[in-house]
Design a protein around this ligand. Structure first.
Ligand code: COI
Length: 360
């Protein structure tokens, strides 16, 4: 049982280790480290067979339930190598706790957070040479849980895999930290309250792809979703939460069940409040945003996410009308938040919120 879960370690033979990609051309999620963490769950044994092993394929029955009914949840977090040579992770317990909330909603088993954290730290330490050291590049960590019982009845799987893979990454968007262009859709919706919009489950992302493809074709980086009922209130961007600086206020939509409770979102709220900024978690309509853009009070818009970090928005397109934000440049607050978050994550500055876990 997981209370006394032992983690076996089988290292990749030196001659089978992969060549590391150049750090200045990593892209996002295209390369994977030499090892992964894997453990299994069934009704008889709970979580068992925990191991760190060479990165490699699974062999799964084509009837495995994840392939059919999408019982799949995941997380995204990062490891950093500081100038002091230390390895840091940002709020890993919060990611694992969020995964447990996702598991609850998707009728999947709860993770033993302390044990998984132990395995995660051991995995990051083992593959520490994969953590990029160039500015803006990090090691992205993807914990994932899937239902693997071979069965076609629609019900919770009775068997699961939990695994962690890791990928050295550069910026998520091709724009890097330069402003992105966002397409506001009132044609498609992402989630409704009572559904799974607040859950980090694969289906939310699958359902978003068509709108993102249309946005890309129109020359936009991402989609901004509106609420599914009135198609009026701002929800989130495809891969991040969203913030608006209007006058002296920093406004972000509230967590009401249809948007993801981002850990970067929460960190930005805490940081901005600590700087004396008036942060408001409240509903904001797209009409309020466009009106503020037109009257000049909309100073900045930015997305927040683990992959995206802080991603400034330079243009919104809504109902075929283009709205340029901050003259299309990166705003002061976006820059300050980006720099401060990065400095905390890299161990370069004090960590008053106790967000950092040091490894090794
Ligand atoms: C993350 O920011 O970690 C995410 O999971 C978003 C992902 C779609 C890249």
């Amino acid at each position: 049982m997981w209370q006394d879960l032992d983690i076996a370690v089988k290292k990749t033979a030196p001659e089978k280790r992969k060549e590391k990609p150049p750090q200045d051309a990593l892209g996002f999620g295209d390369h994977f480290t030499d090892h992964m963490f894997l453990m299994k769950w069934n009704k008889e044994n709970g979580w068992h067979d925990a191991r760190i092993c060479p990165y490699g394929n699974f062999s799964m029955d084509p009837a495995a339930m994840v392939y059919h009914y999408g019982q799949a949840i995941f997380e995204g977090l990062k490891a950093y190598k500081g100038d002091d040579g230390q390895i840091y992770m940002f709020r890993p317990e919060d990611n694992l706790e969020r995964m447990n909330s996702s598991a609850l909603r998707m009728c999947m088993p709860r993770l033993p957070v302390d044990n998984v954290l132990k395995g995660l730290k051991a995995l990051v330490y083992l593959d520490r040479d994969w953590i990029p050291t160039v500015d803006g590049a990090t090691l992205y960590i993807r914990p994932t849980m899937i239902g693997v019982e071979p069965a076609l009845g629609v019900r919770p799987s009775s068997e699961y895999y939990f695994f962690i893979i890791m990928s050295p990454v550069g910026a998520y968007y091709a724009e890097g930290f330069s402003p992105t262009k966002i397409w506001v859709t009132d044609k498609y919706v992402r989630a409704v309250k009572g559904g799974v919009g607040h859950v980090k489950t694969a289906g939310n992302y699958a359902a978003s792809i068509m709108a993102a493809e249309e946005a890309h074709k129109a020359g936009y980086t991402q989609v901004l979703w509106l609420d599914a009922i009135e198609r009026k209130y701002v929800e989130e961007v495809g891969t991040s939460n969203i913030f608006f600086k209007i006058g002296d206020d920093l406004i972000t939509p509230p967590l009401g069940g249809s948007i993801l409770g981002g850990i970067t979102r929460d960190s930005v709220i805490e940081l901005a409040k600590s700087w004396g900024i008036n942060v408001l978690e409240r509903r904001i309509s797209i009409d309020e945003v466009t009106a503020a853009c037109e009257d000049g009070s909309l100073q900045e818009v930015f997305g927040t996410g683990t992959a995206a970090v802080i991603s400034p928005v330079g243009e919104l397109c809504y109902q075929e009308k283009k709205y340029t934000i901050a003259g299309g440049a990166t705003g002061e607050l976006s820059k300050k938040l980006f720099e401060e978050l990065q400095a905390i994550q890299n161990g370069k500055t004090a960590d008053p919120f106790k967000w950092i876990t040091r490894i090794g």
